[in-house]
Design a protein around this ligand. Structure first.
Ligand code: AMP
Ligand code: ZN
Ligand code: FE
Ligand code: FE
Length: 278
């Protein structure tokens, strides 16, 4: 059986409810999932209940943007429930930092003549945590760009004129806080780190010493060879090779639950391995 350990709902920048995400996982024949909305755990109780209803396994989690060697790194944190805790307490602060960043993005866009308001973006996000994909949607709706990719490439991506960095933990802080919370931190989609092949094997050693529990090896944008190579690196480091689709619903309509761009398959043993390393 297969699982999917990287999924977003409308509690952050996905378009679907946690219940719908679970139903899509069941329809895809998956035996377990993790919900990993950005900086928020609000969707976890609903997803957990839906997974229990359907008899599939479930892990609550989140995805953080952290700083590592001056780069932006995404970190998935598994085995989290809403409430109090070392990492939970920092999520609120991170969401505040995100909100301030979002207001600044609106200013930048307005200066560029793209006259969108924060209210439009907040409305697009509904009750969820506001992220750049919501900005992209508003820019499309207002006719300023014709695709989300164009919105990122022209304005929102790092290095582009409306890019504004936001408050981030360092990778080491995120790992320590996760472990103190009884959670397992995992590096998401490591190809976004611009590491050379030789650095790939050695670069993460110090993070493993801090408590890193895994690296996302099974990811849609990787070739099967690349997935296997990252899995081998994980085995060498004594950590778990995890995986998931990074499903966002209509915000990334090329990615489907369970299969990513089509050929993804994350073995269900990954869930057991995460539990063992916890
Ligand atoms: P935020 O959390 O607001 O910083 O936005 C992060 C979201 O934007 C994630 O869903 C990313 O996958 C998406 N994203 C970030 N950079 C890009 C990019 N260059 N192209 C497309 N999507 C991106
Ligand atoms: Zn996202
Ligand atoms: Fe990510
Ligand atoms: Fe993601």
């Amino acid at each position: 059986m297969a699982v999917d350990l990287h999924l977003h709902s409308y509690f952050s920048d996905g378009s679907e409810s946690p219940t719908t995400v679970v139903e899509m996982a069941v329809a895809a024949g998956l035996s377990g999932i993790a919900l990993t909305d950005h900086d928020v755990l609000d969707g976890v109780p609903e997803a957990k209940a839906a997974a229990a209803n359907h008899g599939i396994r479930f892990i609550g989690g989140t995805e953080l943007s952290v700083l590592w060697r001056k780069q932006s790194m995404h970190m998935l944190v598994y085995f989290l429930e809403p409430g109090e805790g070392p990492i939970q307490d920092r999520l609120e602060e991170l969401r505040r930092g995100r909100h301030e960043r979002n207001l600044e993005i609106v200013n930048r866009l307005q200066e560029l003549g793209l006259t969108i308001t924060y209210e439009e973006v907040a409305q697009e996000a509904g009750t969820g945590v506001v992220g750049r994909p919501h900005f992209a949607s508003v820019l499309i709706a207002r006719g300023f760009v014709d695709s989300a990719q164009a919105a990122f490439d022209r304005y929102l991506a790092a290095g582009r004129p409306a890019y504004v960095p936001r408050l981030r933990l360092t990778a080491e802080e995120a790992i320590s806080l996760s472990r103190e919370s009884g959670a397992v931190p995992v590096i998401a989609h490591p190809h976004t780190l611009h590491l050379r092949a030789d650095e790939f094997a050695t670069g993460f050693r110090e993070l493993v010493a801090c408590g890193l529990g895994g690296i996302e090896a099974y990811y849609g944008e990787y070739s099967p060879e690349m997935r296997n190579r990252i899995a081998e690196i994980c085995a060498g480091l004594g950590i778990v090779a995890t995986g998931g689709s990074d499903f966002h619903g209509t915000y990334k309509d090329h990615l489907a639950v369970g299969i990513g761009t089509g050929d993804l398959r994350v073995p269900d043993i990954v869930m057991d391995q995460l539990e063992q390393i916890r």
